[in-house]
Design a protein around this ligand. Structure first.
Ligand SMILES: [Zn+2]
Ligand SMILES: [Zn+2]
Length: 234
């Protein structure tokens, strides 16, 4: 541990929320370096469209698209998720979002940057409503998008999407309930005509938010929308 981190630990002793040992890395604190290094990308048979793990019986040949994407035909071309919303990654995202630990944006966006990002003209991030922005103090997704934009040299349209309606906490809603709650919740404020877009969000649950944003962006003239998220729920 560096002298700086030792001093920091003396002043602000922090415990890793995963293993409960003291945190030994300022970069990923409060998560310790051992727990952070256990974060792995999602692997296995994944849906080509929504990145959902597809369970196979031993004699199955892997389908390339899951049943939901096959029947519902999402507006986005595809979504890439770095990992599953589980374990250390889930803990890191929760700390980043709800304890406003902005410094975690750097190691989290490094995870995003390790993915094979599709070629795109512009980047857009999923917005928060004004009320939610005041409550959190920052837009966690926009901060990740800024890092990604610099790394890939793709311009980020800061205020392209605006969330005009608070849709409440959607954790317990079904996909259908989410879709109706999100209907007309977003407006497009920038010119995206003829552009291929990367849409950044933190967590993909049912895909309803990314789907609604992609729908509005296509309606505004975008040619294709690809989603990039840190994690998808299991
Ligand atoms: Zn730990
Ligand atoms: Zn799918």
């Amino acid at each position: 541990m560096s002298l700086f981190n030792r001093c920091l630990d003396l002043v602000f002793p922090q415990r890793c929320p995963v293993c409960l040992n003291s945190s030994d890395s300022f970069l990923t604190a409060p998560i310790c370096s051992a727990c952070w290094s256990s974060v792995r990308p999602v692997t296995g048979n994944l849906c080509n469209v929504c990145c959902r793990p597809i369970l196979l019986k031993s004699d199955d040949t892997p389908p390339v698209v899951c049943e939901d994407c096959d029947s519902l035909k999402p507006s986005y071309a595809s979504v890439l998720a770095f990992g599953l919303y589980d374990g250390v990654l889930r803990e890191a995202i929760i700390k980043y979002k709800f304890s406003s630990l902005k410094r975690l944006s750097r190691p989290l966006s490094d995870l995003l940057c390790s993915m094979p990002i599709p070629h795109a003209d512009l980047m857009v991030s999923v917005p928060l409503t004004k009320n939610r922005l005041i409550e959190r103090g920052f837009n966690q997704t926009l901060l990740l998008a800024h890092h990604l934009s610099r790394e890939y040299r793709i311009n980020l349209l800061d205020d392209c999407l605006v969330k005009v309606r608070d849709t409440g906490h959607q954790v317990k809603l079904s996909r259908q309930q989410r879709l109706s709650a999100l209907h007309n919740a977003f407006e497009v404020k920038s010119d995206v005509k003829g552009k291929r877009l990367l849409l950044i969000d933190d967590v993909l649950t049912t895909g309803a938010t990314i789907n609604e944003c992609a729908k509005m962006l296509l309606r505004a003239g975008a040619t294709e929308v690809f989603g990039i998220v840190l994690a998808r729920t299991v």
